[in-house]
Design a protein around this ligand. Structure first.
Ligand SMILES: Cc1cc2nc3c(=O)[nH]c(=O)nc-3n(C[C@H](O)[C@H](O)[C@H](O)COP(=O)(O)OP(=O)(O)OC[C@H]3O[C@@H](n4cnc5c(N)ncnc54)[C@H](O)[C@@H]3O)c2cc1C
Length: 395
């Protein structure tokens, strides 16, 4: 293999590039990125950068000398030609490859009622965050945040720290409901309330109201919540459209086997938010988190360099963190809706606790609230629980 093209110049793509070099690949690596920027960190966009604690210069990822990467930025991969093994760019250029890493990530979901209007934002890219910061700069904004997942919740915390008036709206009964469930979500709700957020849960948004700039958000029950800034944080959509018709299997991401090899083509792998792979423990899984993008970039690179069919299964213990109001929230594993939850250390009211999720008496995940010192141990516990299950299944 002499040439690798990496589509997507962000965390997973850059991690794959680094891993290829670390593993001795000395052919050409071309990294194609739709954004005009070299890879940067997204997590601070809703945290330190939004608060103004960090400036733009702190966001960039460190790119070591000597990696010999060819960057094609501000360039969109528009198609994959599987016969000629070429990535076709939107401007018509064709990039032949021996190996391809798909790392085109995800974009902010725009619901049916989305409108392009002054004061309406999503928060996915540094350009989004810079535009939002500029809009907020005059201070004293009346902000409605639609979606109380982790990005919406973090944005609420950051904007309260800047003194803006914040209403947090979600169709679910509590924040982060889909990941954490009702009881832990209620603890998150109390956190928002104690910092002066106006909560509006179980409320469906119907429309954004305004003529030249946003004036409010209309709910399905007819109420209009006044706003001069609206942030829509209702999930992300994997960027796979450019691969339609390429023969790759697409289904909520690029479908891969357990080694991150894409189904439907030779020597094509996927990593990060765009990859849906067969996790040996959880089955088909797509993870939209920082640590996975790094680790899966590495795993995908290893598979690309291995002999066909000789890649190793990628089986991480899923992990993410979120920072809200100075509190650290961490989730280990991948609990599913309906798993039983119980607090095993500390207490929710003390805002320092650990809760475990179980299904059929098996540990599926651990949630840590302001308990950073315990996370390493619980990661081992979850991994050991799987190992026990696997051993049990094999006996
Ligand atoms: C505001 C925010 C806060 C976050 N906070 C946390 C956190 O606290 N903890 C955590 O674990 N995770 C967090 N995340 C998630 C984490 O940042 C992502 O999981 C990670 O960025 C995924 O990396 P990726 O490289 O797979 O995808 P992305 O970062 O989405 O990068 C994909 C890149 O591909 C480019 N691209 C797309 N289509 C094409 C194309 N056709 N051609 C060329 N390029 C293309 C995109 O422009 C983009 O630059 C946060 C994300 C956001 C947005």
């Amino acid at each position: 293999m002499r040439s690798v093209v990496i589509a997507g110049a962000s965390l997973a793509g850059f991690s794959a590039a680094q891993a290829l070099r670390k593993r001795g690949f000395d052919g050409t690596i071309t990294v194609v990125g739709e954004e005009a920027h070299l890879p940067y960190q997204r997590p601070p966009l809703s945290k330190q950068f939004l608060c103004g604690e960090w400036d733009r210069s702190r966001l960039g990822l460190r790119i070591a000398d000597g990696l010999k990467l060819e960057w094609l930025l501000d360039a969109r991969a528009a198609a994959l030609d599987p016969q000629r093994r070429e990535v076709v760019l939107a401007d018509g250029r064709r990039l032949p490859f021996d190996g391809l890493v798909v790392a085109t990530g995800a974009r902010a979901r725009r619901p049916g009622w989305w409108v392009e209007l002054g004061g309406v934002f999503t928060l996915r890219t540094v350009d989004d965050a810079q535009a939002l910061r500029a809009h907020l700069a005059s201070g004293g904004r009346k902000v409605v945040i639609v979606g109380a997942g982790f990005i919406g919740s973090e944005a609420a915390a950051s904007l309260r720290s800047l003194g803006h008036d914040v209403t947090l709206v979600d169709i679910d009964p509590v924040p982060m409901h889909r990941v954490l469930g009702e009881d832990l979500g209620r603890a998150c709700l109390r956190l928002h309330e104690s910092h002066g957020v106006h909560p509006l849960f179980g409320a469906a948004v119907d429309a954004i109201v305004g003529s030249t700039s946003v004036e409010g958000v209309r709910l399905r029950d007819g109420r209009v919540i006044e706003a001069d800034c609206v942030i829509v944080g209702v999930g992300a959509v994997p960027n796979v459209e450019w691969l339609r018709g390429s023969g790759l299997v697409l289904d909520d991401g690029v479908v891969c086997d357990s080694t991150c090899a894409a189904l439907g083509a030779e020597r094509v792998v996927a990593a990060g938010d765009v990859a849906s792979w067969t996790h040996p423990h959880y089955g088909q899984l797509r993870i939209e988190h920082w640590e996975n993008a790094i680790a899966q970039g590495d795993a995908a690179a290893a598979t690309l360099l291995a002999a066909p069919g000789a890649g190793r299964p990628y089986a991480p213990v899923p992990f993410f963190w979120s920072d809200q109001y100075g509190c650290k929230l961490q989730l280990v594993g991948s609990p599913r809706r309906g798993d039983a939850m119980r607090v095993v250390e500390g207490a929710m009211d003390e805002r320092r606790f650990v809760a475990v999720f179980e299904r059929d008496s098996q540990l599926t995940g651990v949630f840590l609230f302001n308990s950073v010192h315990r996370v390493a141990a619980y990661r081992q516990t979850v991994a050991a629980a799987w190992a026990g299950l696997t051993a049990g299944a094999e006996a």
